[in-house]
Write a protein that binds this ligand. Structure first.
Ligand code: IMP
Length: 431
């Protein structure tokens, strides 16, 4: 057996750390790109030669022709979105990479998306989650109550019918009785689903075995996490989280790979904090700094277009996420956005009603009440977007990177200084 060569890449904040860019950058050396959880709620933006491509469902590695891309069993797949993204890539003349879809991934059905929106509307203002409306939560509910449709169920028209009849009856009861909606006619759901099955069939494969062989053959595999640690269903800021295991551990159940298959766990950290949707965010800045970060960082959701909430780096949350993910390597993104921000603030602890908290509170309600305790570091004004070596960065920017390394006890092996693939400082990430 050859040496294992599997990298896992995960987000360290609330998503939108720029994981797509890092995946894309590592991509040239990767043989297999894999997604293991979530669905079309993700929005991975990749900019190549000035052209912007946003992936919601497909792995960001799809831009590399000829590589194998895998959608693992842990995903919830919206077939409409899947077919839209593959068609878009083809129409751009970007030959689709080889794509394999697990038969065990769950299918996001139209009623999941409808229920996602209706449930969100029904939540009181203080309990809204601010979901992406992509049907993620309701689809995972069906998975865990063991009544969900899996990709394999779409492949056989009779099986699909048999499974869908009672399912739709139940959904229609909920829609009509709980939400006063019209029932969904069977054929309107069944017929498109049958077509999806035909269109998806060529992609369906035993992904667990494919991956096993790739690992044992020493191929370079990149597991692309979607969302991020603080949105994890178990460890995140519940209930303001997504419905999958977004921390490192989720990659194993979501693919069938084993923890000892990994070589590296790369944590993607944005140089400041953002959050989209509801829930506590201790360093959210509602004043000028937050607005400036939003504008300079182009912080508008790739999936929903919503303005992201912005603020300074939160070391308490980051230390928690780093421990949770077992991260041994850091990719720091969007450092250029801090240019001209003046002195840089970093949250080093929280104040909770006069008590200093150095650790991430387990209780989300406490997190809602804390105030950040900041340390101030020097900023810089020089344009750093053209820097390609660490030594070319202004001293204050270098110090900021070193500060993060020291506090998180892991090396920053990559620094992104602009959106383009080329705007990157590699400090050994690709060695
Ligand atoms: P859901 O995943 O659509 O159920 O949304 C649950 C929460 O996760 C909401 O606050 C979303 O804004 C957030 N969320 C889901 N996917 C992403 C993502 O890819 N980036 C950032 N936030 C996300």
């Amino acid at each position: 057996m050859k040496n294992k060569n599997v990298d896992l890449l995960v987000g360290a904040q609330w998503g939108d750390e720029g994981k797509g860019k890092v995946v894309d950058l590592l991509g040239a050396d990767v043989d297999v790109f894999v997604r293991s959880q979530g669905g079309a709620n993700a929005g991975h933006t990749v900019i190549v030669d000035g052209q912007k491509v946003v992936f919601h469902l497909l792995p960001s590695g799809m831009l590399y022709p000829g590589k194998l891309c895998v959608l693992g069993n842990g995903l919830v797949i919206d077939p409409e979105q899947f077919l839209k993204e593959t068609a878009e890539l083809e129409s751009r003349g970007q030959a689709c990479a080889r794509l394999a879809v697990s038969p065990h991934a769950h299918v996001v059905m139209p009623y999941h998306k409808l229920l996602d929106r209706l449930q969100e509307q029904a939540r009181s203002k203080s309990r809204k989650i601010g979901t992406t409306g992509r049907g993620i939560g309701p689809c995972y509910v069906d998975k865990y109550t063991r009544c969900g449709l899996r990709i394999e169920d779409l492949l056989d028209a009779d099986v699909l019918r048999e499974r869908l009849v009672p399912l739709l009856e139940e959904k229609n009861q909920i829609l009509t009785h709980l939400y006063n909606e019209k029932p969904l006619p069977f054929d309107e759901i069944y017929e498109p689903a049958r077509e999806w099955g035909k269109a998806l069939a060529p992609y369906v494969d035993d992904t667990m075995t494919l991956l096993r062989k790739a690992v044992d053959g020493g191929q370079h595999i990149l597991l692309e996490g979607a969302q991020a640690a603080l949105l994890d269903i178990d460890h995140g800021t519940y209930p303001y989280v997504t419905s999958s295991s977004t921390c490192a551990a989720g990659a194993f159940t979501g693919t069938g790979l084993a923890p000892n298959d990994l070589k590296r766990i790369i944590s993607v950290v944005k140089a400041y904090t953002t959050r989209v949707g509801e829930g506590p965010m201790p360093t959210e800045d509602l004043g000028d700094d937050g607005e400036k970060l939003r504008q300079q960082g182009g912080e508008f959701g790739a999936t929903t277009g919503r303005p992201r909430r912005c603020g300074w780096l939160d070391m308490v949350g980051l230390k928690y996420a780093t421990a949770l993910n077992g991260a041994d390597t850091i990719a720091l993104t969007k450092l250029d956005v801090l240019t001209g921000m003046g002195p840089i603030k970093v949250c080093v602890a929280y104040d909770h009603n006069g008590t200093r908290l150095d650790r991430y509170p387990t209780d989300t309600r406490v997190l809602e009440e804390v105030k950040p305790i900041y340390e101030t570091l020097p900023g810089w004004t020089e344009d750093i977007s053209g820097c390609r070596k660490f030594e070319e960065l202004p001293a204050a920017a270098q110090d900021y990177v070193r500060y993060i390394e020291r506090e998180l006890n892991a090396p920053v092996k990559l620094v992104a200084v602009g959106p383009d693939r080329a705007q990157t400082i590699d400090r050994g990430m690709r060695d």
